[in-house]
Every structure is written in C-alpha cells, then in structure tokens.
Design a protein around this ligand. Structure first.
Ligand code: FAD
Length: 396
C-alpha cells in the first residue's frame, strides 16, 4: 500500500486548484444564478490536458493514472459540481467506455478527439420511464442495411446541448431484456437528432442538463459499440467509471464545505467567542473531516484497483454511495454553521447544499447502492472479469 501522491499528481492538483481559483471561483455565483454554462471552461480544461487525463497518450490523452482523474474531479468540484459533472460524463462515462469497448477505428475517430478535448462526449441512458430500472427503457434501434434506425427519448442527460458525441443505449431486441440492449456512438449532427435543456433544476444550475430526441435517426452500423446485446454490460461498466468520478467530486465538495465553514467559524462570534469554540459547532466540523478522510480512502482504493486492471464495481459503488452521502450531510451542516447567512447566496454554502443533492441520485441512487452492498455481503451478487476490461494503467 502506498498513501503518497507522486510529484506529478501533486503538480496536477496545484494546476487544477489554481485553474479553479482563477477561472471558476470568481464567476460561479453569477453563472449559477443565471443558469448559464460556459463552454469556454471546457476549452481551457482541454488546453491543460484535463479532458483526457487518464486516457493513454497514444489515444490523445495525458496518460496519467486513474487516481489522477480523481484528483481532477476533487479539485473541480471544489469549484462547482457542474464542471466535475462535465468531466464525469465526458471522460468517466464516455471516453473511458470507448477505451474499454471500442474497436481501433472507433477509438481513432471518437476517442482521440475527445481525449484532446476537441470534441465533447456525453452519456444517454436515462429515459422518462427508465432510471434505476434500466431494462424499462423504450428506445429502439432497428437494423436497415448499413444503418440502425433509432427512435426514442432520453432525459436528464448532462451536456445535452453541448456534447458532440453521445453514448446512447437502445433495444435491438426488446424480448431479450438485459441481453437485448445495444450501445451506439451517436453524433449530434446525425439527421433526426435533437436536444432540449431542462429548466428549473434545484442545483448544478451552471450545468447543462436535458433531453435527447431520436426521430428515425440513422446511425451507421460501424457506430455500434461492442456487439449487439452488450449494451447493458457496457452501460454498467461505464457507470463503474462515472461513479468513481462522482465519488471523487464529492470529496472536493466536502473540502469546499470545510473551507467555507472553518473561515466562518473564525469570523463569526456569539456569546463572546468565535462560533468555532462551541462544541456543537465543532461536532459538525469533525463530522465533515471524518467524511472527507473516509471518502478519500474509498475513492483512492477504487482508483488503485482500476490502475491494476481489476474489476471494482463493488468498491466503486461503496465509494460513490458513502462519499456523496457525506458530501450532502457536510453541505447541510455548512449551511447550519452559517446560520441565516448560509441561507442566502451571499455565501457559497447554499449552492453546495443544492449541488450535493443530484450526486446522491445520479449514477445509482443511494438506495440502489445500499442494495448492491447488502447483496455483495449476503452473497447474492458477485462480479466476474468482463470479456473486455478497462485497461490497467501502464506507467511510461
Ligand atoms: C443533474 C442530473 C444529471 C443527470 N445526468 C445524467 C446523464 O448524463 N445521463 C444519464 O443517462 N442519466 C443522467 N441522470 C439521470 C440519473 O441517472 C437518474 O435520475 C437516476 O438513475 C435515478 O433514476 P430516476 O430519476 O428515474 O429515479 P427512479 O429510478 O424512478 O427512482 C425513484 C426513487 O425510487 C427509489 N428506487 C427505485 N428502485 C428502487 C429499488 N429497487 N429499491 C429501493 N428503492 C428504489 C430510488 O432510489 C428513488 O429514491 C441525471 C440526473 C440528474 C439529477
């Protein structure tokens, strides 16, 4: 076991932190209030090599290890959940799935420009009638000559209006349930594709989330990812990577809560002393610290398994469940510590509280992860190596 960050990882953290402090922090309150997503941030992240940090250099990425992706997510979410969510869907759910499942031609065409940040990727699984219960999805893909004709609708898709490429899941054979779903690489420019942002979100307001529509959309047969019927497996393995980034982001959210709360504890006085001297306030700070440290350990353990090329569904699920719950609790306590001031956007903690709710819902709700963890312990669930695993990290 090695709990030390490498010099390269320390430098990466400093780079992202500096970027967040300069580019996100001064603007985020306004972006959040206006509900605007600034795509220029993605270009700037790309210039820093952060849109494909853990993708091998031969595919246009920075070639760093999977825990370096965790560092990027932690630091980005310290700024705002919207930008970590963008990296989660672009790198975690899309590019890493291509790295794992795509053939060489697909990697060259789609993964390389995504890893360089020239094109943005997103992930379309959820539908109006199918969230946790993926098998209930209604989208269909019918093979006609050299194309699949896709019809259906996706909802709650992050970067719906921003992404160039989408990983989309649809039934090629509905009778086969789990084994009848297939995965497709879809371009925004395909005829029959349209998207529409969702208004009135509780949090992640600086992020772009919404619906995708496929109306007799023609997808070239070369854009089938994996084999027909492998879509469910591909979606679940993509979630192993997406959940890892969500868990890491939650660590950054707790970090932001600790920073804001400790500043306020020193600044605000009641009953003749700084509120940080009151034991009940200290209890909230101590719980944040405990959540932060425990979450980090869970995240980096999952990252280490990814580095070794070992299946980590169980460990990643636990990290995602616990870290997002800790972050939601930390954000709630951060508002409490700020008293009435925490209830206004004069301080960032009300945004943290609103932002911390989606991560306990997306990429497997806390209830789904609770069930998964119980099933592992009870012996009802067991993971076997997949026919295509996420490649282990190779140090160059
Ligand atoms: C901001 C945001 C961004 C998102 N981005 C994306 C994206 O980019 N791509 C994408 O595909 N999706 C995305 N999603 C969708 C997200 O993944 C789903 O919302 C999530 O999977 C839950 O599905 P649902 O909302 O349909 O809830 P449901 O599945 O309808 O669940 C409703 C409630 O029932 C509970 N429940 C369901 N089944 C069980 C069970 N078996 N046992 C116990 N309780 C259960 C749930 O835990 C929940 O409390 C996003 C969501 C949000 C909020």
């Amino acid at each position: 076991m090695n709990f030390e960050f490498t010099e390269e990882q320390k430098m990466l953290r400093r780079t992202v932190r500096d970027f967040v402090d300069k580019e996100i922090m001064p603007n985020i309150a306004e972006w959040d209030r206006k509900g605007t997503f600034d795509p220029k941030i993605m270009d700037k992240l790309a210039n820093l090599g952060l849109m494909g940090v853990c993708i091998p250099e031969e595919y246009g990425g920075s070639g760093m290890d999977y825990n370096s992706l965790a560092i990027v997510c932690e630091e980005l979410e310290r700024g705002d959940t919207a930008f970590r969510t963008a990296v989660s869907v672009h790198t975690g759910l899309n590019s890493m799935a291509l790295l794992q499942w795509a053939n060489e031609e697909q990697k060259q065409k789609y993964l390389v420009p995504q890893a360089k940040g020239e094109k943005i990727g997103a992930f379309g699984l959820t539908e109006p009638g199918a969230g946790s219960d993926v098998v209930s999805l209604q989208s269909t893909a019918v093979k006609e000559g050299n194309y699949y004709i896709l019809n259906g609708q996706k909802t709650w898709i992050s970067l719906c209006d921003v992404a160039d490429h989408f990983l989309v899941f649809a039934y090629t054979d509905p009778k086969k349930k789990h084994y009848g779903i297939s995965a497709f690489i879809v371009e925004r420019t395909f005829e029959g594709f349209s998207s529409k942002a969702t208004e009135g979100k509780l949090g992640i307001r600086a992020g772009n989330t919404g619906e995708l529509f496929f109306d007799d959309m023609k997808v070239p047969k070369e854009n089938l990812l994996g084999e027909e019927g492998e879509g469910f497996k591909i979606a679940m393995s993509a979630l192993d990577n997406g959940r890892f980034t969500v868990a890491a982001g939650a660590v950054g959210q707790i970090m932001a809560c600790i920073e804001a709360s400790t500043d306020y504890c020193h600044e605000r006085e009641t009953f003749g002393k700084p509120i940080g001297k009151h034991q009940l306030v200290q209890q909230m700070i101590a719980n944040m610290e405990a959540g932060y440290q425990m979450s980090r350990l869970l995240v980096y353990r999952a990252g280490e398994l990814k580095n070794k090329g070992v299946r980590n569904t169980r460990e990643t699920s636990l990290a995602k469940w616990q870290a997002t719950e800790f972050a939601n609790k930390a954000a709630n306590d951060a508002v409490q510590i700020h008293g009435a001031y925490g209830y206004s956007d004069e301080y960032p903690v009300e945004r943290y509280l609103r932002n911390s709710k989606a991560p306990v819902i997306y990429e497997g709700t806390s209830e789904i992860h609770t069930i998964m963890q119980a099933e592992y312990v009870l012996g009802y669930r067991e993971d076997k190596p997949l026919n295509k695993m996420l490649p282990a990290w190779e140090e160059k």
